[in-house]
Every structure is written in C-alpha cells, then in structure tokens.
Design a protein around this ligand. Structure first.
Ligand code: FAD
Length: 408
C-alpha cells in the first residue's frame, strides 16, 4: 500500500501456529498464481482451478514497475523475473512526427524507486509463478461454474468446477475481467465498461539492430508503443479509438489493419511492423470494471482483474494483481478469522486500486485525444513538463511497499 494509506489495523492475535488452512484459487493467470504462491509461503494448502488446458499466456509482453518488483520480492521471485526480462535503458513519449515530447531513463527510476522497469514475455512470468507451486496444486481444465458461500460462517465457501466440487477455508476469485466468481456473489455489480478504444499487442522476431530506447508515439485517436524484450525482440502495442466489437483475439487480418493505420508512422514503427509475424497480432477491446463497494463476501475475495480490471495505459493491471496477492496473504497471516482478514484486505486494496484505475483511465483519455487543437495543447504540455515532475507524479503508484515490510 502507499505510504499515505491508512495503516493496517489488525494485530497478530496469537503466536501459536495455526492449523493448516486450505484455499481454492479460481483462475490461474498472474493474479491467481501469485495469490497461490503468497498463501503457500504462509503455510496454506492451495489449489488453483484454471479453465484453460494449460497455465500460460500467449503472444505479448508485460511491463513490471518497481511496485510489482517489490511484490515479487515478497514472493521470492523478483530475481528470477529480472533474469528473464529486459531492463529498458531509456524511453519516452513522442509526437506523431517522431519528435520527443518527454524522456526518462531507467537509472532515474532506480534512483528514485529502487527498482527498474522490467519487461518480459507473459508466458515467462506465468512459468516462474507456476513453477513456484507444487504441480499437484495446479488444476488445468477446471472451469468454475458456480461459487456458494453461506455468508454466516456456518461452513466455508464451495466451488463447483469441471472436476467436481471444492470446499475450502477461503476462495480467491482471480478469474479475470469476466469473472464467474464476481457474477455469482456480486450479481448486481455492473459489467465491464468499454474504454472507447481497442488495443493490439505483438512481439517481433529478433532484430539485428533493435531500437536503443523504447517509446510511445501519440497521434490523433491512436498510439503506438514499443519496448525491448530479451534476445533482440521488441514488444509493441497500439491503440485506436473505435467502436467495441472488433477485438476478438488473434487474426492475420489484424496485421494488415495495423499496416494500414500505422505503416506510415515515424521510424522505427514501419520496421517493427515488418518484423512481426502476420499471425502474431493480438487484438482486444479495452475495458475497465466499475468500482465495487467491497472486494469480499464472507470468506471469498476478488483479486486482480476480477476485482478491478483497469485500462492498460499505466501498465499497472498485473502490477496491482501482484500487490493484491501479497497483501491478501499478509492479512490472512495475522488472524485465524478469515472473514476479518478479508475485510482488512478490502480496506487496504480497494482505495488504492480505485485510484490507479482512475488515473489509468485519465491517461488513456488524454492519449486518445483526436481534435487537433486539443492534440497540440496536449503535446505542448507534455513537452514542457520537466522530466523530474513526470517521475514525481508517478510516486504514489510506484512507491508501494508490501504491508509489514520493515523498510516502510
Ligand atoms: P487474467 O490474466 O484475466 O487471468 C484470469 C484467469 O482466470 C485466466 O487464466 C482465465 O483462463 C481464468 N478463468 C476465467 N474464468 C474462469 C473460470 N470460470 N474458471 C476457472 N478459470 C477461469 N498489466 C501490467 O501490469 N503491465 C502491462 O504492461 C500490462 N499491459 C497490458 C496490455 C493490454 C493490452 C491489456 C489488455 C492489459 C495489460 N495489463 C498490463 C493488464 C494485465 O494484463 C492484467 O491486469 C492481468 O493479466 C490480470 O491478471 P489476472 O490474473 O487478474 O486476470
């Protein structure tokens, strides 16, 4: 949690070891696997129910900011992730003609926040998380169809899935934007809200001379960004303001669409697009979830995108899921009363994730401006903002340290 957030109120109730408790985690994405790792490190028995046949993700990179690296440190996995990722040397923002609007370098980030920005392939992050768990705790092909919680504490929550039913002391709903757990226990909650723009993601083949710096280029109602991955590959992403309904995953025609939209953008965009295999472009419409009044119901907690899916403009969705996981395990470690621990988790996580979600949406709205005078003003403001002010403005997001961390 941020230094400015209220202090955790629970005190450790007993020094006596607690009997081993069992958690069922619904969803084996970054959030679910991280929660399972965090709980297991605190002595919990865990099972992760994943709908897909494998624990992996396809085709894109992910940026992990200093707050995420601190969370990964708490899981004992930061070194492994750093080894597999690329540390971006420098990067910044460019206008549609390729001129720099603002720049920063990773040394500054490390100086200020103690960690660099690390970018790696999503599949690698999933692999590191999954390998930190016993193989028999991972249940692929176990789509969850329903969750019941008595709510009065008479018995623990029960999860119905493809392999039968699981009862546990705790259920973690980490099943993403269209969460079944959320729908089951928050039936009145509003569904995903379209941000107004679609997003493409892709990874190039290895390049002989990859760009020395990453950048995001802001146009009118469209953006194109790229950042280095290990082995000379580049992770690229693009957005365009379009009606919802076109983002259907991977399709070869999306490569042609990107060439049409971005093929004449400033270097190195055309060369990057030429280095992307035609069938390797992912397209997804971008959504956020309207806020909930609580992330918990009895002994069920939502985590990651299921709790607070946000637009990707700050590159924080997965970073926040990692924070959630570490915070959840911390709260549960401090009391045998699962419901009380979850209330504490909710108090710590809801305001923070709400603030980050809002900020990400605001940045997206600015990035997608299309009216020429507004674009001119936006670019001028970005050009005039001192480098230090840009990083300082990110402090409340990047400064997070795990609760209970003695360095706080
Ligand atoms: P998910 O990744 O959605 O995982 C949910 C899992 O649950 C999936 O494996 C799914 O198969 C499973 N599941 C779903 N339903 C069921 C069910 N009924 N039963 C069992 N299993 C189920 N974040 C960053 O931090 N940095 C970035 O650079 C970044 N870039 C992004 C770029 C784009 C274009 C987008 C769209 C997002 C980006 N994000 C980024 C956000 C990040 O991808 C998400 O916040 C993160 O993946 C959320 O993880 P999660 O585990 O909560 O959910």
């Amino acid at each position: 949690m941020s230094r400015a957030a209220p202090q955790e109120a629970l005190s450790k109730q007993s020094e006596a070891p607690m009997p081993q408790r069992a958690a069922t985690v619904v969803g084996g994405g970054i959030g679910g696997l991280a929660a399972a790792v965090a709980l297991r490190r605190r002595g919990w028995r865990v099972e992760v129910l994943e709908r897909a046949g494998r624990f992996t993700e396809i085709g894109a990179g992910i940026s992990l900011w200093p707050n995420a690296l601190r969370a990964l440190d708490a899981l004992g996995l930061a070194d492994a992730v750093r080894t597999l990722g690329a540390v971006e040397v420098a990067g910044g923002l460019r206008d549609r003609r390729g001129r720099w609007l603002s720049r920063t370098d990773n040394a500054e980030l490390v100086r200020r926040f103690g960690h660099p920005l690390v970018v790696l392939h999503r599949a690698e992050l999933l692999r590191v998380l999954a390998q930190a768990l016993p193989a028999d705790s991972l249940r692929p092909g176990s789509g969850v169809s329903a969750v019941r919680d008595a709510g009065d504490g008479s018995h623990g929550p029960v999860v119905e899935h493809a392999g039968g039913e699981s009862g546990a002391d705790l259920v973690v709903g980490a099943d993403g934007l269209r969460s079944t757990v959320r729908r089951a226990l928050w039936p009145d909650a509003a569904g995903p809200r379209y941000a107004g723009y679609t997003g493409w993601r892709m990874v190039t083949e290895p390049l002989a001379e990859p760009p020395a710096e990453g950048a995001a280029t802001w146009g009118r109602g469209a953006r194109f960004g790229y950042t280095a991955l290990p082995g000379g590959r580049m992770y690229c992403f693009a957005t365009a303001s379009l009606p919802a309904g076109g983002g259907t995953g991977a399709s070869a025609s999306e490569h042609a669409e990107l060439l049409r939209r971005f093929g004449s953008w400033p270097d190195p965009v055309p060369a990057l697009l030429a280095a992307v295999p035609a069938d390797a472009v992912l397209r997804h419409d971008l959504y956020e979830l309207p806020p909930l009044s609580s992330f918990v119901r009895g002994r069920v907690a939502l985590l990651g995108d299921a709790a607070h899916a946000m637009t990707p403009n700050l590159g924080q969705g997965a970073c926040q899921a990692l924070e959630d996981a570490v915070t959840l395990a911390h709260c549960l470690d401090r009391t045998p009363d699962v419901a009380a621990a979850l209330r504490s988790y909710d108090r710590l996580r809801r305001p923070r994730t709400r603030a980050v979600t809002r900020r990400s949406a605001r940045l997206g709205a600015i990035g997608q401006l299309a009216w020429p005078p507004a674009v001119l003003l936006r670019d001028a403001a970005a050009r005039l903002t001192p480098r230090r002010a840009t990083l300082r403005s990110m402090a409340s997001v990047l400064d997070w340290t795990p609760p209970g961390d003695p360095s706080r």
